[in-house]
Design a protein around this ligand. Structure first.
Ligand code: AMP
Length: 180
């Protein structure tokens, strides 16, 4: 499958984690390799710039690793979508299903997001797409952002799980750096 930036060799696959039957794509080996980490952040920043994003939103926790670098490089506001109970201010919440289990994410109601913003949502990996779509819906439902003004960016796509197709069917743009 596609690997135009030659990043796959830096991603470790861990079988049966966190539960039997899951092939966990582990990005710790990528971020421990400076050249690969820098290249990954640079390509994600290029895609963010190409979309003309005015805000970076990122999903706890592995998305933060990449999103902080992009927000720094492009000097863009950086919004956190966090797991329940972590943010100190009042929040909007969205529940969703994962490849394994279910959870919810939150964005603070006092976040300075305008309905005219263009948002890049950053995560490490798209599996079923549930996480990314929940984050996108937090933005469309509560801040009036239009789906066409949202791009979902991830390092890894697992197309067999249908997430990127689902994201596009919901009217969002999706861009990833490699596919398994
Ligand atoms: P999903 O909502 O199904 O698209 O799942 C994406 C989220 O779950 C991302 O935040 C990933 O970090 C994590 N995830 C799901 N499946 C895997 C996998 N096979 N390997 C590594 N992370 C995964």
């Amino acid at each position: 499958m596609s690997d135009p930036f030659n990043l796959k060799k830096h991603i470790r696959t861990v079988r049966d984690f966190p539960i039997d039957g899951i092939k966990f794509r582990d990005i710790t080996s990528l971020i421990e390799t400076p050249d690969a980490f820098v290249k990954t952040c640079k390509e994600l920043a290029r895609l963010t710039e190409g979309f003309d994003a005015s805000i970076i939103a990122s999903i706890e926790s592995r998305g933060f690793i990449f999103a902080g670098s992009i927000a720094h490089d492009l000097s863009l506001p950086f919004v956190l979508a966090r797991k329940p109970g972590k943010l100190p201010n009042e929040t909007y919440k969205k529940s969703f299903d994962l490849e394994y289990g279910s959870t919810s994410i939150e964005i603070q109601t006092n976040t300075n997001i305008k309905n005219t913003d263009r948002v890049a949502i950053v995560d490490d990996l798209i599996a079923t797409g549930g996480t990314a779509i929940a984050c996108a819906e937090l933005l469309t439902e509560n801040f009036g952002i239009k789906p066409e003004n949202i791009v979902i960016l991830a390092v890894i796509d697992l197309p067999e799980l249908g997430g990127s197709k689902r994201i596009e069917a919901d009217g969002y743009t999706v861009e990833t750096l490699l596919k398994y």
